[in-house]
Design a protein around this ligand. Structure first.
Ligand SMILES: C[S@@+](CC[C@H](N)C(=O)[O-])C[C@H]1O[C@@H](n2cnc3c(N)ncnc32)[C@H](O)[C@@H]1O
Length: 231
């Protein structure tokens, strides 16, 4: 439904992302709702909450999480862009779950510390979704999330952004995004090159993978992962 607020213009391939995130949330909510008093959902780059895909209007990931069955008991939504943030805030305020939602208008690489500290005080079960537009997320942000106990991480990123950076010789940017492997410069690049081939045979238009967050630097991009930190 068009509520007159800002929406994110998206392509059809975003539907794959929404379907995957929705499915993961549903499975987790259904399986864990009777087992954990506290269950948190974190969206570090939440967008405005709704997307326009051609003539269709579809929920973005924060609204998918808010409207799921057996929803999380706590939500952490962050969005850097002010107009996106304002639209998201209004949509969240219209939800019955507004009192359990924390909203931040900050850089994900900065706010991650605040969010993780709050999660660590709760001893709950956590899902974090990271959904960069380009290569703006730093590896240290992923590492910080991965240190939170009982954390599932879902990360969606564009391989074309990495390819463009590679083509332009911006290896430092790639390293900031992927982290260095064993301290080697450009260590991530080889993994990405390998991963791209697999990726294209997988869906052809978006790359979703689950990072095994307690492996950190040992992850492999050529595999689809469901990641859990069970400690
Ligand atoms: C691909 S969209 C994700 C939208 C949302 N996850 C969804 O699928 O509905 C990425 C969002 O991140 C925001 N963004 C870009 N850089 C950011 C940063 N450094 N920190 C936080 N948000 C950022 C953009 O404004 C954009 O809304």
């Amino acid at each position: 439904m068009d509520d007159g607020l800002d929406m994110r213009p998206s392509h059809g391939n975003a539907l794959l992302k929404f379907a995957a995130v929705r499915r993961y949330i549903e499975i987790s909510n259904t399986a864990m709702q009777g087992k954990w008093i506290r269950r948190n959902y974190v969206d570090l780059q939440a967008g405005p909450g709704k997307n326009r895909i051609g003539r269709r209007i579809v929920f973005g990931t924060p609204l998918i999480a808010l409207t799921a069955n057996f929803p999380a008991t706590g939500f952490y939504f962050n969005e850097l862009d002010k107009s996106n943030f304002d639209a998201l805030s209004k949509r969240v305020n219209a939800s019955d779950l507004k009192n359990t939602t924390h909203l931040f208008n900050d850089d994900a690489n900065d706010i991650v510390t605040t969010v993780c500290r709050d999660l660590e005080r709760q001893s709950g079960l956590n899902i974090a979704f990271v959904d960069p537009e380009g290569l703006e997320i730093e590896w240290s942000t992923i590492e910080r999330l991965a240190r939170v106990k009982r954390m599932d991480l879902i990360i969606n990123f564009s391989t074309s952004g990495i390819r463009r950076a590679e083509g332009a010789g911006y290896y430092e940017v790639i390293d900031a995004f992927l982290g260095r492997m064993n301290g080697d410069q450009y260590g991530g690049l080889h993994r990405v090159k390998f991963g791209c081939r697999i990726w294209f045979s997988f869906t052809g238009n978006a790359w979703l993978y689950w990072l095994p967050n307690n492996y950190q630097k040992c992850w492999r991009v050529f595999k689809l992962y469901f990641s859990q930190n069970l400690t």
